[in-house]
Design a protein around this ligand. Structure first.
Ligand code: ZN
Ligand code: ZN
Length: 148
């Protein structure tokens, strides 16, 4: 009996022990860290929650005509970007597709390599592939992006 009582209690405490609530400057609500995005550069938290951030993002891009693609280092018309929940994706469609292709070829090559095929066709020279062996996880998240 004591076991049955203790376990759910421990389970209920464990996840909340580390939860810190932060005030979103836009909706004025306290939300857990998981409701916020964090900057890749320094790990700091954005002052607005994800929901508000997304809404701000949509508003921000509504009257814009061009967006800079970090990958091809060029400004492109907004229509050259996929849209996620009303906001343009981080990379242009061309870069996005190139990334997806590269990722798939790498995954295929990884599969072949792991199955004992030492001449697996990586999207680059096998000599490099055999020493570096890039993993699919090296690639940027290509689906569902849209953070600025
Ligand atoms: Zn908010
Ligand atoms: Zn691009």
């Amino acid at each position: 009996m004591s076991n049955q009582v203790a376990q759910p209690a421990a389970a209920a405490i464990a996840p909340t022990a580390n939860v810190q609530y932060f005030l979103c400057i836009t909706c004025n609500q306290h939300k857990p860290a998981t409701d916020y995005n964090f900057k890749k550069s320094d790990g700091s938290r954005y002052p607005t929650c994800r929901v508000c951030n997304q809404a701000n993002n949509v508003t921000f891009w509504q009257d814009k005509q061009f967006k800079f693609c970090d990958k091809c280092r060029a400004f492109k018309p907004i229509r050259k970007f996929s849209t996620y929940n009303g906001a343009p994706s981080m990379h242009c469609i061309k870069c996005h597709c190139a990334d997806l292709t590269f990722k798939k070829l790498t995954e295929d090559a990884d599969k072949a390599y792991n199955n004992g095929n030492t001449t697996a066709q990586y999207p680059w020279t096998p000599a490099v592939a055999n020493t570096i062996r890039p993993q699919a996880s090296m690639f940027s998240k290509t689906v569902g992006g849209g953070k600025r």
